[in-house]
Ligand binder design. Structure first.
Ligand code: HAM
Length: 412
């Protein structure tokens, strides 16, 4: 779990600003749900047998003896809220959210136990055009941030075609059991689809020859996936079909997608999502199709940082104050406080050091906080109402009347 220090927050704010801008353009509105939900919500929603639920959730009993969990992802809580507030009666909804999620994973670069997601969930539309629009939106968002990603898409089928495929896959994996790693052996029974996701080198020969769900899709899933592809092509969104893209959450049907970046090392997924047309029903609501995704904010911020380091993106330094008031004596300090108050009322960022002290030290501080200009205030300046504005970069000084300072800075 990380602290995000002030030197880093401007990148976070930029990601959030651009995300909000893009979501508004596509008609998504913000929802905020609690960080804590009943643990059972995730077992039913995300899946009893997923790694997230079996191994990674922070679960605790509260004083009322309810079993609660820190949310490991956002979708289940948003769906709960959608149902609880009867939002389905109003027709289709497009919502976005952001905030901390918690998974007790083995930490490594790009993988943390508290991490932040920004995500979207769209309810009430089963048509593939929505899948296309949402995937294109994520691509648009990354494009605006100057981040290059690879998009992979797949169809994970549905209740019609997946069960027969899972049986076939399980049979194949069981026949090749000896060549699989321990995790894959375990998953063959519990969650065979996830075996396709295994990255262990020694499993690859078996996995490459495994039956592909792409070949077993029922006509409706086939037609849906083909329409998604046609739509993405029409919008010029580049992608690769990856028949082994299965995702780690059980609620997906049909479309699954993931955006990854090679700037990230082994944890390369920067966003992932897909359709979940049965989830609302599973969690007690009326049958309502849905599709969503979430992006990992830490990972996106890491990419921005890489781009800055290699000069492909301007460095993000938060803007410093327009002016730093340096006080030469107690009279100057009192005046500095008064002028700062006036400047701030006029919307001009400024600062001063109430401790006063050596002028040189105060100038150093002005430099450290990134002030554009400095102005020395002492008894002489307060009495004459005249002072000098010093440009911190060029060292050039301009005389200024203290009574006109606010107006002058407001104009510049
Ligand atoms: P997910 O693939 O589990 O999907 O997570 C989405 C993104 O969150 C990942 O691509 C990754 O960038 C980031 N992420 C996940 N775990 C960590 C971690 N431990 N540390 C840092 N970043 C992480 C979901 O959570 C689904 N709820 C997405 C969704 C929404 N599907 C439909 N609607």
């Amino acid at each position: 779990m990380n602290d995000v220090l002030p030197a880093e927050t401007s990148r976070w704010q930029e990601v959030e600003r651009v995300a909000r801008q893009v979501f508004a353009l596509y008609g998504y509105r913000e929802i905020r749900t609690p960080v804590v939900e009943p643990a059972a919500l995730f077992a039913r929603g995300v899946g009893e047998l997923t790694d997230i639920v079996t191994k990674e959730m922070y679960v605790f009993e509260d004083k009322g003896e309810d079993l609660l969990a820190l949310r490991p992802e956002g979708t289940a809580g948003v769906v709960r809220s959608f149902i609880e507030h009867g939002a389905y009666v109003e027709g289709p909804q497009k919502w976005f959210y952001g905030g901390p999620m918690f998974r007790r994973e083995r930490p490594q670069k790009g993988r943390y136990r508290q991490f932040h997601q920004i995500g979207c969930e769209a309810f009430g539309i089963a048509e593939p055009a929505l899948d296309v629009e949402q995937i294109a939106m994520v691509s648009d968002l990354f494009g605006r941030l100057g981040v290059q990603t690879e998009l992979r898409v797949n169809s994970v089928g549905d209740g019609n075609c997946r069960p027969a495929y899972l049986e076939e896959l399980r049979g194949y994996l069981t026949a090749n059991r000896d060549a699989l790693c321990g995790d894959c052996k375990d998953r063959t029974e519990r969650n065979p689809l996830r075996v396709l996701d295994c990255k262990v080198e020694s499993c690859q020969p078996v996995l490459q020859k495994a039956p592909s769900l792409q070949d077993k899709l029922c006509p409706d899933c086939r037609a849906h996936f083909d329409a998604v592809r046609v739509g993405l092509d029409a919008l010029g969104v580049a992608y690769r079909v990856d028949a082994r893209l299965v995702r780690g959450l059980d609620y997906y049907v049909r479309t699954a997608f993931e955006f990854s970046s090679d700037a990230l090392g082994s944890q390369s997924a920067v966003a992932g999502g897909g359709r979940y047309d049965k989830l609302v029903e599973t969690l007690g609501g009326p049958p309502t199709p849905g599709i969503g995704f979430a992006l990992g904010e830490e990972r996106l911020v890491m990419i921005l940082q890489e781009l800055e380091k290699s000069g492909r993106r301007p460095a993000m330094t938060p803007p410093g104050p327009e002016v730093f008031l340096v006080s030469a004596d107690p009279k100057g300090a009192a005046e500095a406080l008064r002028i700062c108050s006036q400047l701030r009322k006029a919307g001009i960022a400024c600062d001063f050091d109430p401790r006063g002290g050596k002028l040189k030290t105060q100038f150093k501080q002005a430099e450290r906080v990134g002030a554009r200009q400095a102005l020395v205030l002492g008894d002489a300046e307060v009495t004459s109402r005249q002072a000098k504005l010093k440009d911190m970069a060029t060292r050039a000084e301009t005389p200024v009347s203290l009574d006109e300072l606010v107006a002058k800075l407001a104009r510049s």
